[in-house]
Design a protein around this ligand. Structure first.
Ligand code: HEC
Ligand code: HEC
Length: 360
């Protein structure tokens, strides 16, 4: 973590000669502090809850147990945490994910089948779709997935449960799995009690409440107050000169056209502007980027610098950087890291099955 200031030189440079670290024409402008508020605003410091599923500590705690409990998978050996694990920034550190019947965790996991697309992190998903101006009481987060096919976290949560490659496996039919899970959960007295407490009704175990609990837990995992947020809130010393140069290059080279707002993402799909391989996906957030390698929808960029290098000579998407910009932009992107993100792991889950599934 680069918390030490690299230099105490004044941040605002007027002449090229007085500014260290620069390397090309325009270095004066690259060093200069600007008003960034039209492009970026800090990430909210508390999560956002929809009226249909307001904050509740008991829901959040129940959701955490469900997230780690392989009872939600067809063959009782895979959990959400098999592919969204805190040790890998709540993603899985893999190019493509192995779900049902896989064994192991992260790059070491092995199994029969992989997902067709790279697993994103679930950090900050409560803020997905947030912009500089839409954080109001009726903000609704989303959409989700690389193709935006799901609107809310509640809707998303049952997706992997019904997907054979992710959690369903091949021994139960997709149309039967939710009823099967409800039956299984009802047979565990601790779950009966936890659902009743979380939803304040008897007989509270059903698919809708399973989804609500999972979404409540996901909304807990946020990473505000990074150095970039401190900088945007007025602490000019929060970034080093190189990081400010990187920030300015990020804006001037056209990155912020898509990577803007508190999440550094417009959460949009830009038709005709594929970043790699002619496949158009939605702009991902760049928050906590250091924790979530590999990058891109196909995991094809192993390191952060590789993901930046994809943008060299990209007149086709109106972006222009060259190799002497990579390090500055990387330095800036790492100011979006908050390494104190929630990394809790339950010791046991109510089903008595192995916590997380076969991930050891
Ligand atoms: C086999 C690995 C695997 C498992 C198990 C899994 N996921 Fe995922 N998850 C993925 C992949 C891959 C994607 C991206 C899919 C896509 O975009 O089409 C994803 C996407 C998501 C997203 C959307 C994130 C975004 O920014 O759009 C959320 C939220 C999520 N998963 C939560 C969950 C929850 C909750 C569970 C458990 C019920 C779960 N996942 C189980 C691999 C997995
Ligand atoms: C036209 C919109 C657009 C522009 C402009 C743009 N990006 Fe992206 N960015 C995306 C999309 C879409 C993806 C995902 C691409 C994929 O997976 O196929 C992405 C992915 C990334 C990733 C990987 C994130 C992850 O978690 O996988 C990084 C890092 C990144 N962009 C940085 C930049 C930088 C630096 C610039 C400027 C040099 C830039 N982007 C310009 C839309 C854009």
């Amino acid at each position: 973590m680069k918390l030490l200031k690299l230099s105490l030189t004044p941040l605002i440079c007027i002449s090229i000669i007085s500014c260290g670290g620069g390397n090309n024409a325009g270095v004066g402008a690259d060093n200069q502090l600007r008003d960034y508020s039209a492009t970026f605003t800090p990430l909210p410091t508390t999560s956002i809850y929809p009226n249909s599923n307001p904050y509740s500590e008991s829901r959040e705690q129940l959701g955490e147990l469900l997230f780690w409990d392989p009872i939600l998978s067809g063959d009782k050996n895979t959990s959400c945490a098999s592919c969204h694990h805190p040790d890998f920034g709540w993603a899985d550190g893999r190019v493509f994910s192995i779900g049902s019947d896989g064994i192991g965790l992260g790059p070491a996991r092995y199994g029969q089948e992989v997902t067709p697309i790279h697993s994103p992190t679930i950090m900050n998903v409560t803020f997905t779709g947030v912009s500089n101006t839409n954080v109001t009481s009726d903000f609704i987060s989303g959409g989700y997935f690389w193709d935006l096919r799901t609107n809310t976290l509640e809707e998303q949560a049952v997706g992997p449960i019904k997907n054979p490659v992710e959690m369903l496996g091949y021994n139960i039919d997709e149309k039967d799995i939710m009823a099967e899970i409800v039956t299984r959960l009802k047979a565990v007295p601790e779950y009966v009690e936890l659902f009743e407490r979380a939803f304040s009704v008897d007989d509270a175990i059903n698919s809708e409440n399973i989804a609500k609990a999972l979404a409540s837990f996901e909304r807990k995992i946020i990473t505000p107050n990074t150095r970039f947020d401190q900088f945007l809130s007025g602490d000019q010393m929060a970034l080093t000169q190189q990081e400010i140069i990187g920030l300015n290059k990020f804006i001037d080279s056209g990155c912020a056209r898509c990577h803007s707002g508190p999440m550094l993402s417009d959460n949009d799909i830009h038709p005709g502007e594929a970043i790699i391989d002619d496949v158009v996906v939605r702009t991902p957030s760049l928050r906590n980027i250091s924790a979530t390698a590999p990058y891109m929808h196909d995991g094809s960029s192993g390191r952060l610098i590789d993901a930046i290098a994809v943008y060299e000579n990209r007149g086709d998407i109106e972006v222009n950087i060259d190799d002497e910009d990579f390090n500055d932009i990387e330095a800036f992107l790492r100011t979006l890291d908050n390494n104190d993100f929630y990394q809790g792991k339950p010791d046991i889950v109510p089903s008595g099955l192995t916590v997380g599934g076969n991930i050891d």
